[in-house]
Design a protein around this ligand. Structure first.
Ligand code: PEP
Length: 251
């Protein structure tokens, strides 16, 4: 049955950080996942297998940070969603703004990555976000609407898709969006999802991402359409990430 209440998800993106020694942080997170939420860490691809083994049997899921659109082939240096899944990933981040910038990923490409993630039986975390110039020009909601529609293949359900709103100007900058700014965007996204998916639109988890930490998480999670967070810097240490999970469980 299609879910009509979103899951709560605390997701961490380690980016190009971490080593085998950092798996102790994942073990500590896994041991502290509160009841009532889903938790996810996305380490560099080299750590997916070891992390999945380290947290096996716990409530912590492991995810990839990006995938190629194809299942296999002549794509040196790339990884398919199937490979990430075989290594132990259950989720894949798609369209993170650092990928859109560093690797010139377009909405069309991101849409293929989401489709590839589903083909492999994994859950896509679709990241969308506006630049500061777009916000200052008053284009935030239009830009996000375009990214959402442009990056989504047919077949999205609340079980195979999570959406992360990540204002580009708030990622890794220490500058978190104001709750009112987050509320405006998330309420608009929820309405758009309702337009596209009808009743099922209420069931998609909407994460906020951008300099989330324990001190600002409770105010963000108190917002009606914020169902969790995608966390970069504050996901690297269990002592930073566990309080964020706890704030989500308490919201
Ligand atoms: C991210 O990497 O998606 C992110 C939101 O990073 P940070 O929390 O460090 O801003």
């Amino acid at each position: 049955m299609t879910r009509t209440t979103p899951r709560k998800l605390a997701a961490g993106n380690w980016k190009m950080n971490g080593s085998m020694a950092a798996l102790d942080e994942a073990r500590a997170v896994a041991a502290a996942v509160p009841d009532g939420i889903d938790a996810l860490l996305c380490p560099p691809a080299t750590l997916i297998g070891p992390m999945a083994a380290a947290v096996e049997g716990t409530a912590l899921s492991v995810g990839g940070q990006a995938c190629h659109a194809a299942a296999s082939g002549a794509h040196t240096g790339d990884l398919s969603a199937e490979m990430l899944g075989e290594a132990g990933a259950r989720y894949v981040l798609c369209g993170h703004s650092e990928r859109r910038t560093d690797h010139e990923e377009t909405d069309d490409m991101v849409r293929d990555h989401v489709a590839a993630t589903w083909r492999a039986g994994l859950v896509a975390v679709l990241c969308i976000g506006e630049t500061l110039a777009q916000r200052d020009a008053g284009h935030t909601l239009a830009v996000l609407g375009e990214q959402l529609v442009g990056s989504l293949p047919e077949g999205a359900t609340p079980d195979n898709l999570v959406i992360a709103y990540e204002p580009v100007w708030a990622i890794g900058t220490g500058r978190v969006a104001e709750p009112a700014q987050v509320a405006e965007v998330h309420d608009d996204l929820r309405a758009r999802l309702g337009d596209i998916f009808g009743d099922a639109g209420a069931g998609f988890a909407l994460l906020y991402g951008g300099s989330v930490k324990a001190s600002n998480a409770p105010d963000l999670f108190a917002l009606a359409n914020v169902d969790g967070a995608l966390v970069g810097g504050a996901s690297l240490k269990a002592t930073d990430f566990v309080p964020i999970m706890e704030a989500l469980a308490a919201s």
